[in-house]
Design a protein around this ligand. Structure first.
Ligand code: SF4
Ligand code: SF4
Length: 109
């Protein structure tokens, strides 16, 4: 019974809100991930993150369409700062961009 309630909850949320609704609104790990990211930013520990090269971006929108978290990736690229609390670093935008405007980097800051 509990199983079906949970499945119905996720299904209902997905239909009402869209893909990854569970990740956005139900994931119990999200607060820890956000906290970890803030701590990393505060301490400037070396970590994996995304870097943007706005001068290469043509605003084609492919990264927005492919982002599983429905983030405004193109806008993040334009402002030159890919930091977003809900980014899960899946790399879809990195793989999708035809102009190599987004890259992974492991560094501090
Ligand atoms: S896919 Fe690349 S070129 Fe297209 S909007 Fe995104 S960052 Fe810009
Ligand atoms: S890494 Fe994944 S979640 Fe983060 S902006 Fe790119 S596509 Fe979206």
């Amino acid at each position: 019974m509990i199983y079906y309630i949970v499945v119905l909850l996720f299904l209902g949320l997905s239909v009402a809100i869209g893909r990854r609704a569970g990740c956005h609104y139900l994931c119990w790990m999200a607060p820890f991930m956000i906290l970890g990211r803030k701590l990393r930013n505060l301490t400037r520990w070396p970590a994996l993150h995304l870097v943007a090269m706005p001068e290469r971006c043509t605003q084609c929108g492919r990264c927005v369409a492919t982002c599983p978290m429905s983030l405004p990736v193109s806008d993040l690229v334009q402002r030159g700062d890919m930091e977003h609390d809900e980014c899960i670093l899946c790399g879809n935008c990195v793989d999708t961009c035809p102009h190599d405007s987004i890259r992974y980097r492991f560094s501090s800051g």
